[in-house]
Design a binder for this molecule. Structure first.
Ligand code: PGA
Length: 221
């Protein structure tokens, strides 16, 4: 089961370290629960160090990466460097598609860079007709109407979408749900048979709420 914390453009390095100091010791250690925290690029290095020092059961992910390798691409973060810090990368989030004009083609290039560098891409799709790049087996269904609105999809619909995504892209893919997940509603998503976890934006910023979410996840393993 997956719990992904997507902090978006939030938390200074000091705030990130404070969150880790509180959450780290309380995240349940269980071989069937994988918790990935995705801070801003500028906090990745410190977050990674704090996790190693604290021996916390957390992995580190990025919220994006470059479609190119190393070279003359000013401002981009290449997978060849990020691989020292992260195991996962969120790709194709709707906020990037909307605000930065990301296309399926760019997302496929990014996924290829990630995979070539042993980083697992987490591809965000907003419906069943969005392209999932080849050999990408971790997918998050995030309906735009549910992101940051406090209006989550129904667990039953999210489950139906996950079922369809698996039928279209192969039963090996794991589908997560994202969009206004909280400690109060997380269980209703985690009990759906075709869902393998959740991706959490706003509720992951609040450390107590996030700890609650992880504990509830444990009850469903
Ligand atoms: P939210 O964001 O939990 O704040 O709705 C989810 C996401 O965008 O990944």
């Amino acid at each position: 089961m997956w719990i992904i914390a997507n902090w978006k453009s939030n938390k200074t390095i000091a705030e990130a370290l404070d969150w880790l100091a509180q959450a780290g010791p309380k995240i349940p250690k269980n071989p069937n629960l994988t918790v990935v925290v995705c801070p801003c690029f500028s906090a990745l290095s410190e977050v990674k160090k704090a996790i190693i020092v604290g021996n916390f059961p957390l992995l580190v992910g990025a919220q994006d990466l470059s479609p190119f390798g190393m070279g003359a691409y000013t401002g981009e973060e290449p997978a060849q460097i990020l691989r020292e810090l992260i195991t996962h990368a969120i790709l194709g989030h709707s906020e990037r598609r909307q605000n930065f004009g990301e296309t399926d083609e760019i997302i496929s290039q990014k996924a290829a860079q990630a995979k070539a560098n042993n980083i697992t891409p987490l591809i965000c799709v907003q419906g069943t007709d969005i392209l999932i790049p080849q050999d990408c087996e971790l997918v998050a269904f995030e309906p735009i109407s549910a992101i940051g609105t406090g209006n989550p999809d129904t667990p039953e619909n999210a489950n139906e979408v996950a079922k369809t995504l698996k039928e279209k892209n192969g039963q090996d893919i794991q589908v997560l749900y994202g969009g206004s997940v909280t400690a109060d509603n997380v269980q209703s998503f985690l009990t759906q048979s075709f869902l393998s976890g959740v991706m959490i934006g706003k509720a992951s910023l609040d450390v107590q709420e996030f700890i609650k979410i992880c504990k509830k996840a444990l009850e469903n393993i």
